[in-house]
Design a protein around this ligand. Structure first.
Ligand code: UDP
Length: 331
């Protein structure tokens, strides 16, 4: 089993590396002297997110799916570290196509982990705070029970697909796979998709910059630990570099828990937009079976103690940087 003390000169495979979070992880790894191969089917990922690395001899982009076991067999053998981010993500994508969500997230993770297992490759599997579901034990800590809704509500297919990956990783770790699981909490930042399919942060910023009302669901008292993407990828790298993290799960999230209605107001303040805030029922947007999550916030104790990771960027600063990026995109 190969553990790591540094990422410099390591050959890293980033699945989903053309996506919003994946591309920031690629930036970080290349900046620190690693070699990086991205495998991405470009369904949600965009080559534009990686355009600044094309031509870098330490970087390559392979277009393909993590469900392609032959492709993954060829790629995994050539790398020393795997960051597995490729997945169908985003509530709207999951609700639009739960079958594809289950297929890509379950089968893709199975393929990646079984190939990693053959070579005992250091692997970080990305999971989600969504797995805590409706737990009322705020903030969520890694040893908490997970409280999911019924299978008739398609939202939970995403949490179940991520939990499958966690359990597979947990089953392989005692067999020798050096694997760590990270649970992301509402990452946001530059390169978020502005099409309304991604985070509420992108949706509100686009609404504010284009003079549309900001559509707060229900009373807007739902809370999230919005985490700036630079923090998210710092925590992800810390997980790969910690020997103690093998066979462990870590929350990677901000300790600042923000109400959605306050997020909307902050975005109005930072953009100077004259848009109004309106309240709309979430079920009128996502259908009658939709279940929202009222409170979601990370307990960061384990990540702090064992990885030395704490999210650093305050929400105002992260939002200002994100708004500036959206303006540069012409919004
Ligand atoms: N939300 C909202 N207005 C929107 C989109 C989302 O009020 O136009 C709410 C959503 O109902 C949830 C929160 O914002 O309570 C975060 O939604 P997102 O889809 O970003 O992520 P989630 O944490 O639900 O996976």
């Amino acid at each position: 089993m190969t553990l790591l003390s540094t990422i410099e000169n390591k050959r890293c495979l980033v699945t989903g590396g053309a996506g919003f979070i994946g591309s920031h992880l690629v930036d970080r790894l290349l900046n620190q002297g690693a070699g990086v191969t991205v495998v991405d089917d470009l369904s949600l990922g965009r080559t534009a997110n990686l355009a600044h690395h094309l031509g870098n001899p330490r970087f390559s982009l392979v277009t393909g799916s993590v469900t392609d076991s032959r492709l993954l067999a060829d790629l995994v053998v050539e790398h020393q570290v795997i960051f597995h981010l490729a997945a169908v993500v985003g509530v709207k994508h999951v609700l639009d196509d739960p079958l594809n969500t289950l297929h890509v997230n379950v089968e893709g993770t199975r393929v990646v982990l079984m190939e990693a297992f053959k070579h005992q490759t250091r692997t970080v599997v990305v999971s989600s705070s969504e797995v805590y579901g409706k737990s009322r034990h705020i903030p969520f800590s890694e040893s908490d029970d997970l409280v999911l809704g019924p299978s008739s509500a398609p939202r939970w297919s995403y949490a179940v697909s991520k939990l499958y990956g966690e359990h597979l990783a947990m089953a392989l770790a005692p067999q020798g796979l050096p694997v760590t699981i990270v649970r992301y909490f509402n990452a946001y930042g530059p390169r978020l998709a502005g099409d309304g399919y991604g985070s509420v942060v992108a949706k509100f910023i686009v609404q504010a910059l284009t003079g549309q009302p900001l559509t707060v669901h229900d009373d807007g008292c739902q809370k999230r630990g919005f985490t700036y993407v630079a923090d998210t990828v710092a925590g992800t790298q810390a997980a790969a570099l910690s020997d103690r993290a093998v066979g462990r799960v870590y929350n990677i999230g901000s300790q600042e828990h923000v109400r959605i209605v306050d997020l909307a107001q902050t975005i109005l303040d930072l953009t100077g937009s004259k848009s109004k805030i309106i309240h709309v029922p979430a079920r009128s947007v996502f259908g009658p079976n939709f279940e929202d999550i009222n409170l979601r916030g990370a307990d960061g104790t384990r990540a702090s103690q064992e990885l030395g990771f704490t999210a650093q960027i305050p929400i105002h600063q992260g939002l200002a940087q994100t708004i500036s990026w959206f303006k540069d995109q012409g919004y």
